[in-house]
Design a protein around this ligand. Structure first.
Ligand code: PMP
Length: 305
């Protein structure tokens, strides 16, 4: 897949979408990106892009932080992405990666406002991140989440993913599936590339934007779905005790989708199996992204094969 890539205003062959080793973003992490999913629907032989324009709205905000000028609006970028999906159509779930970055040479160039920008959008086939039905084991990371006045985590900046990679690597080497970041103030923040929710006595809690999280599109989707399911969701500062004593814990993200956590640092969460509320939300989420919830049809963009 993605033999065709959108690169600086044109659809080109993947071999042509390359950058020199001198590129600024490669040295200093001066780029912004997004991760978007499109689900293959065999019934209609089409790809169902999920909340593409909302991802591009977040992309616009991320790019503002990094002084990256996007050539088009979120609406136009959505249209370009649908064209890209059409050109690369395959009968599989797809992950779409927009990337905007500083493309001038790196050395001696630290004023972002004076540097040139590039934009690429490509897609790859992507199934489930985690094995179906398997509860994840998570490690409380030794690494602290980057905070708002270091590299703003509300912006999806390539450089801050070194922080995510360190946490994920530590977790993997220790035999865990995922990491849980805390903030510098000692509250739960998020996973390496996903938001986190805890369930206690039938109510759901999640860290707020002030807990150094990326405000996830999936997180927002879940909050709306929980409203429909009459499950109460509240933002709060979550302590280690809240986390370890939760009845259920789950991650949300475009890539991870809805992933239940059944063990943290070796300790069972709840009874150590997938939680009932997590399963209920996961089912509702999968129906929604597969276009089976008419209330949210506005979030789905269809590309026919
Ligand atoms: N936090 C981080 C650090 C992420 O990288 C992601 C993935 N984009 C998320 C949360 C989840 O965001 P979304 O639901 O928009 O994919």
């Amino acid at each position: 897949m993605s033999k065709i890539i959108y690169f600086n205003g044109k659809f080109v062959d993947e071999k042509e979408a390359v950058v020199p080793v001198t590129t600024h973003a490669l040295h200093y992490g001066t780029g912004c990106y997004e991760g978007i999913r499109a689900y293959y629907d065999a019934g209609s032989n089409s790809l169902l892009g999920f909340r593409i324009e909302d991802h591009f709205k977040r992309f616009e905000n991320s790019c503002k932080v990094m002084h990256i000028k996007l050539p088009y609006s979120a609406k136009k970028l959505t249209e370009i992405t649908l064209e890209l999906l059409k050109k690369n159509f395959a009968e599989t779930d797809v992950y779409i990666r927009p990337l905007a970055f500083k493309s001038d040479p790196a050395i001696g160039n630290f004023d972002l406002s004076k540097l040139k920008d590039s934009l690429a959008i490509y897609c790859i086939p992507l199934g489930r991140h985690y094995e179906e039905g398997k509860g994840l084991s998570a490690k409380i990371s030794s690494w602290i989440r980057v905070s708002d006045n270091m590299i703003p985590p509300k912006a999806k900046i390539t450089g801050s993913y070194a922080n995510s990679c360190l946490a994920k690597t530590e977790a993997s080497l220790g035999g865990y599936d995922e990491a849980i970041f805390f903030t510098k103030d000692g509250f739960v923040s998020e996973g390496s590339t996903d938001n986190i929710f805890i369930v206690k006595k039938g109510k759901i809690y999640t860290p707020s934007a002030s807990n150094d999280i990326l405000v996830g599109v999936t997180r927002n989707t879940i909050v709306q779905l929980c409203g429909d399911l009459k499950i109460n969701v509240m933002e709060k500062n979550i302590s280690i005790r809240d986390l370890m004593e939760a009845d259920e814990v789950f991650f949300t993200g475009t890539g991870a989708e809805i992933a239940g956590v059944t063990k943290i640092d070796g300790k069972n969460i709840g009874n150590g199996s997938m939680g009932e509320i997590t399963e209920k939300i996961k089912k509702a989420y999968f129906e929604l992204v597969h276009g089976k919830n008419p209330k949210y049809s506005k979030w789905i963009s269809k590309v026919s094969g």
